[in-house]
Design a protein around this ligand. Structure first.
Ligand SMILES: Cc1cc2nc3c(=O)[nH]c(=O)nc-3n(C[C@H](O)[C@H](O)[C@H](O)COP(=O)(O)O)c2cc1C
Length: 203
């Protein structure tokens, strides 16, 4: 139940085929397990090779598109993208390239953040993609966090899950289910983000 006094934790993701969206929903579950925090799921539109192409202002289904106000209103941010050649997807990079006004205003400065990704292959760039998403967050002055090895799954997982952020290995056809380790670590990351947002807010 959303309370007006609750902190908003923005879970911002791009997902073409749904794997990264599943991770976003698990992180939101972790956020919402913390009393006093609400998850706000938002996405970004796809980008087109035809620069003039436009899509409807509201997505046909799923999470609404993010607005710059969401960056001001949130008390923390989880940022996710599928891996594209070891990097975040262009659609997510395009969004960040349009945030100069928020950067100048310091809208995200001092707020906690974490990152998540999904890949087709297990060693195809999960950690490099997570690192690529941290870079704009550092420029915005965010306090970027991962997960500690007190989460035992980090040492034993044979699927996704990284101290750098939550990950999923979706397989060559993109149809592998989220594993128990991936699920537990994604929920734990969302929870950790929300708990630290509360501490930083002095709540
Ligand atoms: C253009 C393109 C580049 C990709 N690059 C990589 C890559 O470098 N490493 C990898 O493991 N998977 C790569 N993939 C696979 C996606 O990362 C993977 O299918 C992911 O789970 C998709 O997430 P989504 O379902 O949220 O869209 C690539 C896919 C596309 C379309």
């Amino acid at each position: 139940m959303m309370k007006p006094t609750n902190l908003i934790i923005l879970v911002l993701f791009y997902s073409r085929h749904g794997a990264t969206r599943q991770l976003a929903e698990l992180i939101a579950q972790g956020v919402e397990s913390v009393p006093g925090c609400d998850a706000r799921l938002r996405t970004v539109p796809a980008v087109s090779t035809v620069a003039e192409a436009t899509a409807p202002e509201v997505p046909l289904d799923g999470a609404p598109y993010v607005e710059l106000d969401d960056l001001q209103e949130c008390a923390g941010l989880a940022l996710g993208s599928p891996t594209r050649f070891g990097n975040m997807a262009a659609a997510m990079k395009y969004f960040w390239d349009g945030t100069a006004s928020e950067w100048l205003a310091g809208s995200l400065s001092g707020k906690p953040a974490c990152v998540f990704t999904s890949t087709g292959s297990l060693h195809g760039g999960q950690e490099s993609t997570l690192l690529s998403m941290m870079i704009p967050l550092f420029h915005h002055g965010m306090l970027v966090m991962g997960l500690p090895y007190t989460h035992a799954e980090l040492m034993t997982t044979s699927t996704g899950g990284s101290p750098y952020g939550a990950t999923h290995w979706s397989g060559i056809a993109g149809d592998k289910a989220i594993s128990e380790d991936e699920k537990r670590l994604a929920i734990a990351l969302g929870r950790r983000l929300a708990e630290n947002a509360l501490k930083l807010a002095g709540a």
